[in-house]
Design a binder for this molecule. Structure first.
Ligand code: PMT
Length: 400
């Protein structure tokens, strides 16, 4: 039986944590709840005690509680720590390593995986300092679930709603089994080729056309594939990231170079994942700096080769081919069209050009489509999402 330690901090979404306890129990988990002082203002500990069947922990320095199960024993007891809702204040405390109450002390003492489901007003979520705190937590290995976009209790609309309990529960249950299966490397024997980052298409000796891809999604996939026991080659456009250890890194700049690097290696691999944002068109390069003349300038762009479609069309030693679709509208329609037109095994579609997710953010959400099915992975950090996607790829390969 899995031991889930649920931390509840003080926000209006605290009432939803009661539903989480019920869902975890339904999954057969044993649940213990820790509440911050401000969470006590929103929900009574009796609710959590009745639902979990265990006393609720609220104080760091409580002799009775420490005698029953001290904070270190509580941290060791947990197979996973999930904090839902996590307020802006809790995120700030955790990210800085403050330990002035039971929940923040447990976070510091925890050696198990930690998941955090933020919930707050959209302006508070979008504040640079909150985003910096989230990034610091991600860098500490914390998995962030949500928040989601929508109407808020304060009457505003935007990102900040806590992810629905049923979705948090599904992600946690999947992650717990992923963590278990990570000990048996489920991609052992596989060779995974991943493209990541943007391409840069030179216009003249000093300028280029590019896009906002940071490479984070592709690099997260490379790290997750290594963890899953695969041999990994990462063909990367220009990014400011360090490749994960043990990855065979091939640096490229242009779409043509990415095409050459991928096609040269594609048939040596069993899986290809095209996470790069490859230029669809490339300018005819001027060998001299284009001078400023007139109010307008016309560029002639030439279509680039479609790397993904060409890998999927390989007649011999074709890898299991997974594309990405980055869309600003009609996501499912365009993703399904790419899946069939490019003859892919799977496509992972994500929204881009939004406040959250997609390009250059720590988090993303994916809608994955294949011939006979689809699966949604809700907003979470790219490391977690990469593990979820690779788990699904392994599952589909097994089934095919
Ligand atoms: O790098 P991050 O900042 O972490 O952002 C991640 C991401 C948004 C870039 C990533 O999740 C993503 O969506 N990557 C694909 C971006 C893209 O170019 O999508 P597209 O819909 O334009 O292309 C569809 C697919 O065709 C992609 O797999 C792409 O790699 C591939 N393609 C496109 C053009 C081309 N000439 N060759 C290709 O192989």
């Amino acid at each position: 039986m899995k031991h889930i330690l649920l931390g509840v901090s003080g926000g209006i979404a605290a009432y939803k944590a009661a539903e989480l306890v019920r869902l975890f129990k339904k999954q057969g988990a044993e649940v213990r709840v820790v509440m911050t002082q401000s969470a006590l203002e929103f929900v009574s500990p009796l609710t959590f005690q009745a639902l979990s069947g265990n006393p609720v922990h609220t104080e760091l320095l409580d002799t009775d509680a420490e005698n029953a199960m001290g904070h270190i024993s509580l941290a060791r007891w947990a197979d996973v720590l999930i904090i839902a809702p996590a307020t802006a204040n809790t995120l700030a405390k955790l990210s800085c390593g403050l330990a002035d109450d039971l929940l923040s002390t447990l976070y510091l003492a925890a050696t198990c995986p930690v998941y955090v489901a933020p919930a707050m007003n959209q302006a508070m979520w979008n504040k640079i300092v909150t985003q910096e705190n989230v990034n610091r937590l991600v860098n500490q290995g914390v998995h962030i679930i949500g928040p989601e976009q929508g109407d808020q209790a304060c009457g505003e609309t935007g990102f900040g709603r806590m992810t629905e309990p049923v979705s948090i529960c599904t992600q946690l249950v999947a992650a717990l089994s992923d963590h278990a299966s990570l000990s048996e490397p489920y991609l052992h024997g596989h060779k995974v080729l991943i493209s990541a980052g943007p391409t840069r298409e030179p216009l003249d000796p000093v300028r280029y056309l590019s896009n906002r891809s940071s490479g984070k999604m592709g690099y997260a996939l490379a790290a997750a594939a290594i963890k899953a026991g695969a041999e990994v080659t990462l063909v990367s456009g220009p990014v400011a990231l360090t490749a994960p250890a043990n990855v065979n890194l091939i640096n490229v700049t242009t779409a043509e170079q990415m095409y050459q690097a991928v096609m040269f290696r594609a048939s040596e691999n069993t899986i290809y994942i095209g996470a790069a944002a490859v230029a669809d068109y490339s300018p005819v390069v001027s060998d001299k700096k284009i001078k400023k003349e007139g109010d307008q300038v016309t560029l002639i762009l030439q279509k680039t080769k479609d790397i993904l479609a060409e890998v999927a069309a390989l007649e011999q030693h074709r890898p299991f081919t997974v594309g990405f679709a980055a869309e600003t509208h009609d996501l499912e329609v365009y993703a399904r069209d790419k899946l069939t037109r490019k003859k892919l095994d799977m496509i992972a579609a994500n929204w881009v050009g939004q406040e959250q997710g997609g390009f250059d953010s720590e988090q993303n959400a994916l809608q994955v489509f294949w011939d006979q099915g689809e699966k949604t992975f809700s907003m979470t950090d790219k490391a977690q999402l990469a593990e979820q996607l690779l788990g699904l790829i392994a599952e589909r390969i097994k089934a095919s």
